[in-house]
Design a protein around this ligand. Sequence first.
Ligand SMILES: *[C@@H]1O[C@H](CO)[C@@H](O)[C@H](O)[C@H]1NC(C)=O
Ligand SMILES: *[C@@H]1O[C@H](CO)[C@@H](O)[C@H](O)[C@H]1NC(C)=O
Ligand SMILES: *[C@@H]1O[C@H](CO)[C@@H](O)[C@H](O)[C@H]1NC(C)=O
Ligand SMILES: *[C@@H]1O[C@H](CO)[C@@H](O)[C@H](O)[C@H]1NC(C)=O
Ligand SMILES: *[C@@H]1O[C@H](CO)[C@@H](O)[C@H](O)[C@H]1NC(C)=O
Ligand SMILES: *[C@@H]1O[C@H](CO)[C@@H](O)[C@H](O)[C@H]1NC(C)=O
Ligand SMILES: *[C@@H]1O[C@H](CO)[C@@H](O)[C@H](O)[C@H]1NC(C)=O
Length: 480
Amino acid sequence: MKVSTALFGSIVAASALSTSAVPKKKHHAIDPKDFVYVDGLRLKDAKGLHYITGLNYWACMNLAANKSQGGNYSRLVTELDQMAAHGINHLRVMASSEGAPTPQPFRMTPALMEAPGKYNEKIFRGLDICLDELSKRGIRATMTLNDEWQWSGGFAQYVSWALNNTAIPYPPSWNMTKAPQRTTPGTGWGNYSDEADGAHTYDEFTTFANQIYTNELTEKWYKDHIKTVINRRNTVNGRKYNEDATIMTWQLANEPQSLYNYSPSDPLFPWVDRISSYIRTLAPKQLISVGLESKQGEQIFKAVHKAPEVDYATTHCWVQNWGVYDMYDSSEANLKAAQDFATAFIANTSAWSKDVGKPVFLEEFGMARDNWENANKEYPYLSSASTTHKDAYFKTIIGAVVSDFKNGGPYIGTSPWAYGGMWRPETQVVNEFGMVWAGDPPHESPGWYDLYDTDEAMNIVARQQKDVAAWIKKNQTHGY
Ligand SMILES: *[C@@H]1O[C@H](CO)[C@@H](O)[C@H](O)[C@H]1NC(C)=O
Ligand SMILES: *[C@@H]1O[C@H](CO)[C@@H](O)[C@H](O)[C@H]1NC(C)=O
Ligand SMILES: *[C@@H]1O[C@H](CO)[C@@H](O)[C@H](O)[C@H]1NC(C)=O
Ligand SMILES: *[C@@H]1O[C@H](CO)[C@@H](O)[C@H](O)[C@H]1NC(C)=O
Ligand SMILES: *[C@@H]1O[C@H](CO)[C@@H](O)[C@H](O)[C@H]1NC(C)=O
Ligand SMILES: *[C@@H]1O[C@H](CO)[C@@H](O)[C@H](O)[C@H]1NC(C)=O
Ligand SMILES: *[C@@H]1O[C@H](CO)[C@@H](O)[C@H](O)[C@H]1NC(C)=O
């Protein structure tokens, strides 16, 4: 869900079967009444201190949907089992995606909501299945209700609807059908769209999308969506969404953007207040987060996260997108710059969260593979590249969060971007909806930030969970 944006200049740019498979390994299912809650700077559940070992798995509802909608149930359950076996106890998933009157590029298809208030029930059932399968494996969810970026429709689609289907000024986005193409049709590669393809700047795009903060019609439709999802009854297990502790958090949106510089009159701040208060009335037992990247400094961080109904802060750390790291540079200095940035970013945001008096969740970060190895190959994101920098970086950034947690700081967990599981760019085939369902969303180069099932990063994630679980046990035994 990251996007390349403007911190340091410009961009780089199931079936409905209710008898679903039971995980091979034994996991403790989520008790639907065991809601995670905030206690000071900590999260707790019935067992005590709760630390999040998460992953982003945004396409869960589409993978879980009926085959006729592009779903792939066997892949879904295999990947959920893989994640559970690595100690994953939380997934950040989309609980929204918007379609349009005319087919739109660069986004999840089919959409959950085809037009304001009009739903694709088969995708909604996919979300039911997703949640049920998570629950069985002891995995809770963050449910993301909207998106600043184009890859799920999101803000820009709502605004387009409200403005008589005005054309969306898309920024450069991955076009799977652009040259270079592989010889077998439908297998990629593609490239980013550019000006010649009609691409606009990121500034033009966010200015268009951010009209959602002040448009009454978009706000009404968005609130209607929130109400529909939160009040839904799961068709697989019969639980009401707002009575199911599998759902830990309702998240306003993926990476809502503020004005570039802090301004007390930024419309983002009252929007966060209004939407979070609205969610609270519908889902009093669950938590609320904003989905802010928190890249724009202390004032914006605090102004957003002090909203009374926001339960914890969020951070996303993107060293390549923010111009700190270069995936073609194999030098130690390049890696170290990324590690130093991440360490400082965690320290800063930890301090700010303490000031606000709320926990903070590192819910997105990633690093490319050692893609200098791919520089002269047919595709820069081949999975054959090694991951020496990524592994070292993951150890650093996850280590910083774990150590903050153990020292009583506000950090409550990590969630890398994003699980690609069994998928690989080398074997990708677009489905009838033009989707490959990589860990990277449809507006970005597939394979850039994926965590594959065989990647060392998954072992680093798994060790984090073991380490923290042992620490919690010891800490609680001694009367925490
Ligand atoms: C998928 O949808 C088709 C068409 O509506 C239906 O016949 C089929 O039973 C569905 N499959 C499952 C597993 O629900
Ligand atoms: C489902 O996913 C698996 C694993 O990625 C793949 O082998 C299979 O071809 C997929 N099935 C469909 C119908 O796409
Ligand atoms: C909306 O767009 C349609 C087609 O582009 C046009 O015919 C119509 O006049 C527009 N309506 C308004 C209110 O702008
Ligand atoms: C994608 O690339 C193809 C081939 O160059 C082009 O025809 C199409 O217009 C592009 N789509 C977008 C949305 O840029
Ligand atoms: C995409 O286009 C850029 C600029 O034209 C080019 O350098 C690059 O090699 C292309 N990407 C791929 C995957 O070929
Ligand atoms: C951390 O905060 C300091 C002081 O505000 C600032 O100078 C520095 O750039 C920040 N570093 C990161 C990585 O956020
Ligand atoms: C438990 O952890 C907290 C936070 O680091 C610490 O203050 C406390 O002393 C620890 N207690 C024990 C018994 O280890």
